[in-house]
Design a protein around this ligand. Structure first.
Ligand SMILES: NC(=O)c1ccc[n+]([C@@H]2O[C@H](COP(=O)([O-])OP(=O)(O)OC[C@H]3O[C@@H](n4cnc5c(N)ncnc54)[C@H](OP(=O)(O)O)[C@@H]3O)[C@@H](O)[C@H]2O)c1
Length: 292
């Protein structure tokens, strides 16, 4: 676990059940899982979902969660959305263009400062403390903006989501008996959104001081191990085979990163935050074949 030097004023204020927690980009997959987790810790009226399109969050409002308009491209909306937050979970924007994404995050950080947010928790990316290029580039810049803001902060450096690899398309591999592998059998430290969201909830509701970073990694898995798990779960032989045809571009990029060994970092941070071991690739494979 990496402890960052203290920046800004220190705080030990836990987000008690009565304090308000705001989640931005809350209508996305990760945000919704975080909201579900927060609802188990405090009354709905102390949870705010800041979303770009409030009309798309009617289901959340129906569950009693306060919906506020918070658009990363509209700084005024962000100041209103973050008002009164003891803790803010700033979920990174899905914007592809790094310059635009950094500007969006900068607007959110400035709005958090102006709104007097108590602690800013940011969903960063593994390597964003040291790498200012490549995938972590916008996260590297955002971490620096947050540090410069003087706000008490916590960085959740997420790995790639497991769901990119571990999803129902694995049933095709079982049907054919072959699991295409473009990673040269190297390890992947992906984690499931459910675990990353639960870790975020633990941090948001913790009494621990801010000003720290978590490098979150899931249990390392490989395609040959996954093929073995699929074989065991399905009762059908499945083997990992080198990919014969190119994968779609975004996926090929992920595979090439894995093949270079870039996704093999392991830390204990995620396991330490969760009350249970992080979910494994093997357990996902088993879940595809529930007992009759
Ligand atoms: N670790 C990984 O493997 C990985 C993979 C993909 C993404 N990410 C990052 O993790 C974040 C959360 O993941 P996720 O699965 O929850 O993504 P997601 O399901 O795509 O959700 C992204 C959310 O961002 C919202 N958004 C888009 N533009 C916005 C803006 N200008 N202002 C405010 N909100 C805006 C979207 O709102 P609308 O519904 O209105 O579009 C959506 O609710 C992503 O945004 C991205 O930065 C990580």
């Amino acid at each position: 676990m990496i402890f960052r030097p203290a920046v800004g004023r220190s705080t030990s204020s836990g987000a008690k059940g009565s304090s308000m927690i705001v989640v931005s980009a809350a209508g996305g997959a990760l945000g919704r899982l975080v909201l579900d987790g927060l609802r188990r810790t405090r009354p709905e009226e102390r949870i705010v979902a800041a979303v770009r399109h409030p009309a798309k969050a009617a289901d959340l409002a129906a569950r009693g969660i306060e919906i506020r308009h918070g658009d990363y491209d509209d700084p005024a909306s962000l100041r209103s959305a973050f008002a009164g937050a003891e803790r803010l979970l700033l979920i990174s924007s899905p914007e592809i263009d790094p310059a635009r994404r950094i500007a969006q995050h900068g607007a959110a950080v400035e709005a958090a400062r102006a709104a007097g947010v108590g602690t800013l928790v940011y969903t960063s990316f593994l390597g964003a403390d040291t790498r200012s290029t490549g995938v972590p580039a916008a996260h590297f810049a955002t971490e620096r903006l947050i540090e410069d803001s003087g706000l008490p902060c916590t960085f959740l450096r997420n790995p790639f989501y497991s769901e990119a690899f571990l999803n129902p398309s694995l049933l095709d591999a079982v049907a054919s008996g072959e699991l295409p592998d473009g990673t040269a059998g190297r390890g992947l430290n992906t984690a499931f959104r459910t675990d990353l969201a639960e870790a975020a909830v633990r941090v948001l509701t913790s009494a621990e001081p801010a000003n720290r970073a978590y490098d979150l990694t899931g249990p390392l898995w490989t395609h040959p191990e996954l093929a073995a798990s699929l074989s065991h779960a399905s009762g059908t032989p499945v083997k990992a085979v080198p990919r014969s045809a190119p994968a779609p571009a975004a996926f090929a990029f992920l595979e090439s990163l894995a093949a270079s060994g870039a996704l093999e970092l392991q830390t204990s941070d995620l396991a330490a935050l969760l009350p249970h071991p992080p979910r494994t690739a093997g357990s996902y494979a088993a879940s595809l074949f529930p007992p009759l």
